[in-house]
Design a protein around this ligand. Structure first.
Ligand SMILES: CN1c2c(nc(N)[nH]c2=O)NC[C@@H]1CNc1ccc(C(=O)N[C@@H](CCC(=O)N[C@@H](CCC(=O)N[C@@H](CCC(=O)O)C(=O)O)C(=O)O)C(=O)O)cc1
Ligand SMILES: N[C@@H](CCS)C(=O)O
Ligand SMILES: [Zn+2]
Length: 762
């Protein structure tokens, strides 16, 4: 009988103490050389592999490490570099690689967007005018490295051609099949070289197979994998999917590959298996450990599922693995010193998830008795965890009695906006920013000192006040119309609220990569959510006291707080979302009581959370808009409610955006070069809107003409009296001088267009 194997689908890149982030940022700022960057990152990569080897993972993944993003890595494997970066062929050097991701003085960065329904962002490949060729077989390089340095026969992973082309831009969708075909010989060469080097398995990731593909697209998938089977018959391919169940299961499961990887946590893959069976000649790679959440697995329950799965596959042809790459969870829980013991015992980060996979495989191979102690321990930890859940009867009752009317503003938008215009007296094409201002090393350092108790609460508060004071003045000098307090007091827009609301817990080191070197520390939700006292009022009121211009109150919305937290499944998600909404309602009321006239409730994660399975869209969108409206319903009619969204494709959720009933929305668009603008041609959006006029994730300063172009393009489809002028997103990642220079250009461009508009109205 063959042995059931344990496997991994990707290990976090960032290192236990975010040493990867520091290496990258030190390289970008010239503190370390390219050689040092390569040395440091090689060290991290090898350490990651070694850890997995020591844990006893049978199939250790290679080529999952990246210096920025794995989709960008795939692009440079094929020499896909947009023309503006002056690439002349051959292996893409590190400088060009980072230039595509971050932009340069002379060339805008490639667009970045959400990786499926996650908070990880990938760099969108641009296929216009480039002929792909295999310039570097990166999978082979990293396969050899693991073999030579650690004696690991790794399982190289490559992003499959269908997903890669689907996620790319710069081609006519009609040409999809032809474009994919151009990649097929290149993939065949990669596979051939890997087989020659001795790779036992090759994993090809095709997560696009869990989305709705057309018949023609499925035919392309079939053609591609038939070609691989024909040309590289000895490659043992694992066709890997994740994040949902496979949509065209009956077709996909019969493709000529050795193994199919499926997610057994998200979407009902078990039902597919039971209904349609699983081919005898294939191995099933079962993603049974949740790669998207941090709560400990109930191993006994998992084992029961696996016993069923085992009956459905032939002769132990089973691999046990996480449901997706562990990129989406923090590295290890062992660094956490401050967590409550019960919560600590109930957690499982990447390292612990690998232990869980190994345990389950061992139990299946050697009988449950061999792992009984682990199963009992997990069971006890989970039991303890659930017993400590803090229920809040008052909140539960409130939520239970909510009606549709509770999620409705007092009067319709058309009437509200008139009152708001009266109250705010803003110019045509008002300028504003999205909320955060540069979180300089000094700001971060001061907060870290305060957290460590090295400076007093008073000194820290004073420091934050000074930042606000300085920046209110800067914004006034720049002549921005609607100001922000800058969010200097916040570590992150979600974690900050997690620290203040009941029902949340935060970790010290639970970092997860969001994009490039930037990481987030999602809070844990384990308890009913409630609000005790004002969270943001002190800062907003102070900032407002310094100026005659309106300063926006700044909150994060219920959908985003929920989606960017690790939520335990004790309570249904929608229930928690409504609890958060009720808490935000109180915060809004507190801001209003102190005279704040504009309140922004950010929802950048609304589109991201859209289920991959279309059948689930309606419920999600209805619940999301309901929760947002509940949070903002009690706002005065003349309080202007703003919202903001970024780094997603918004076309599919346009109706939901409208349904939020926010008075003003700002949407990131500049990296997608006006694609969003065309959406407005097909829609008659009545409310006010700001389409980001410059990209904030690049250090590059835009020109006045560029911004004017962006504004003018927007004004072709949006009325001038509806339009706001703002950057794409918050400015926290930018340096101060870059920010001031870019905002100066933005205001200048706004004024030029405004004056022209006013002159033409005369
Ligand atoms: C707007 N976006 C956000 C997303 N998700 C979020 N949860 N938040 C977002 O804002 N998703 C979509 C977009 C783009 N994504 C991001 C994600 C992350 C950042 C970002 O800037 N991250 C920071 C970390 C922020 C933070 O929490 N910092 C803490 C800790 C400070 C720190 O590191 N201290 C050092 C010591 C410093 C010193 O002594 O010099 C330490 O502890 O070692 C804080 O500020 O207190 C990042 O740098 O990665 C942006 C957009
Ligand atoms: N207000 C937040 C929104 C980010 S999506 C910020 O400006 O950083
Ligand atoms: Zn944003």
């Amino acid at each position: 009988m063959s042995k059931i194997k344990s496997s991994n689908l990707g290990y976090p890149r960032i290192g236990e103490s975010r040493e990867w982030k520091r290496a990258l940022e030190n390289f970008w700022s010239g503190v370390i050389s390219e050689t040092e960057l390569i040395e440091k990152t090689t060290e991290i990569r090898l350490r990651n592999l070694k850890k997995q080897q020591e844990k006893g993972i049978d199939l250790i993944q290679v080529n999952d490490f990246s210096l920025y993003d794995h989709v960008l890595d795939t692009a440079i494997t094929f020499g896909i570099v947009p023309k503006r970066f002056n690439y002349t062929g051959g292996k893409v050097d590190v400088h060009t690689y980072f230039a595509i991701a971050r932009g340069t003085d002379g060339a805008v960065a490639s667009e970045m967007t959400k990786w499926f329904n996650t908070n990880y962002h990938y760099i969108v490949p641009e296929l216009n005018d480039v002929t792909p060729s295999l310039v570097e077989n990166r999978a082979l390089t990293f396969y050899k490295e693991a073999k030579d340095k650690l004696g690991i026969d790794g399982k190289p992973v490559i992003l499959g051609p269908v997903t890669f082309v689907k996620l790319a831009k710069g081609y006519d969708p009609q040409e999809f099949s032809t474009i994919v075909e151009t990649f097929v010989p290149l993939y065949i060469q990669i596979l051939q070289e890997l087989v020659e080097a001795g790779a036992s398995w090759v994993q090809i990731d095709e997560p696009i197979l869990v989305t709705q593909l057309s018949k023609e697209e499925i035919a392309v998938v079939e053609k591609v994998y038939e070609a691989f089977a024909e040309h590289v018959p000895h490659a043992q391919i694992i066709l890997q999917t994740y994040f949902e169940k496979i949509t065209a299961y009956e077709k996909i499961v019969n493709l000529p590959v050795k193994a199919i990887g499926m997610d057994f946590v998200h979407g009902d893959s078990l039902e597919l298996l039971k209904t349609y069976g699983f081919p005898k000649d294939k191995v099933l790679a079962a993603g049974i450990i949740d790669g998207r959440n941090v709560w400990r697995a109930n191993l006994a329950e998992k084992r029961t599922i696996l016993e069923v799965v085992k009956q459905l596959v032939h002769h132990n042809q089973l691999i046990i693995q996480p449901s997706c790459s562990l990129l989406h969870v923090p590295v290890t829980k062992t660094l956490e010193q401050k967590l409550d013991n019960v919560i600590y015992d109930g957690l499982s980060f990447a390292d612990e998830k690998l232990d869980e996979a190994v345990t389950l495989a061992k139990g299946l191979n050697h009988g449950t008795v061999s792992v009984q102690a682990d199963l009992d321990q997990a069971n006890e930890a989970i039991k303890q965890l659930i017993e400590t859940y803090q229920s809040n009867d008052e909140i539960r009752k409130k939520v239970a009695h909510l009606t549709t009317a509770d999620a409705q503003r007092s009067i319709p938008f058309a009437e509200r906006i008139e009152k708001q215009k009266q109250r705010l007296q803003l110019p045509l094409l008002p300028t504003t920013t999205i909320g955060s201002l540069p979180q300089t090393p000094e700001v971060r350092r001061t907060r870290t000192k305060w957290r460590k108790g090295e400076i007093t609460d008073q000194a820290y508060e004073q420091f934050v006040k000074e930042q606000m004071k300085r920046w209110i003045k800067i914004q006034e000098e720049l002549d921005i119309d609607v100001l922000v307090h800058g969010e200097f007091e916040r570590n992150d827009m979600v974690e900050y609220f997690g620290e203040k609301l009941n029902g949340f817990t935060v970790t010290e080191f639970g970092w997860v990569q969001s994009y490039g070197s930037r990481c987030v520390k999602p809070p844990l939700i384990f308890g009913d959510v409630s609000w005790d006292k004002p969270i943001t009022v002190k800062e907003s009121v102070y900032a407002q006291s310094l100026t005659e211009r309106p300063v926006k109150g700044m909150l994060t919305g219920p959908v985003t707080i929920l989606n960017w937290s690790f939520v335990h499944n004790t309570t249904p998600r929608y229930e928690i979302m409504k609890q958060i909404a009720l808490a935000l309602q109180k915060e809004i009321e507190s801001l209003e009581e102190e005279g704040i006239t504009i309140i922004q409730v950010d929802e950048p994660a609304l589109r991201e959370g859209l289920p991959l399975d279309r059948k689930k869209w309606n419920e999600y969108l209805t619940q999301s808009s309901q929760a947002f409206r509940l949070a903002t319903a009690t706002a005065r009619a003349d309080t202007q409610i703003h919202t903001h969204m970024c780094y997603s494709n918004f076309e599919d959720i346009f109706d939901c955006i409208d349904d939020l009933d926010a008075d003003v929305i700002s949407i990131e668009t500049s990296r997608s070069h006006g694609e969003m603008v065309s959406t407005f041609e097909e829609n008659t959006y009545q409310k006010e809107i700001g389409l980001g006029v410059y990209d904030i994730h690049s250090p590059r300063i835009p020109s006045v003409d560029e911004i004017k172009q962006n504004i003018k393009r927007a004004l072709q489809t949006i009325a001038p009296n509806q339009f706001w002028i703002n950057p794409d997103c918050g400015l926290k990642t930018r340096k101060e001088d870059e920010t001031i220079a870019a905002l100066k250009v933005m205001v200048q461009a706004a004024k030029e267009v405004r004056n022209k508009q006013l002159a033409s109205q005369k």
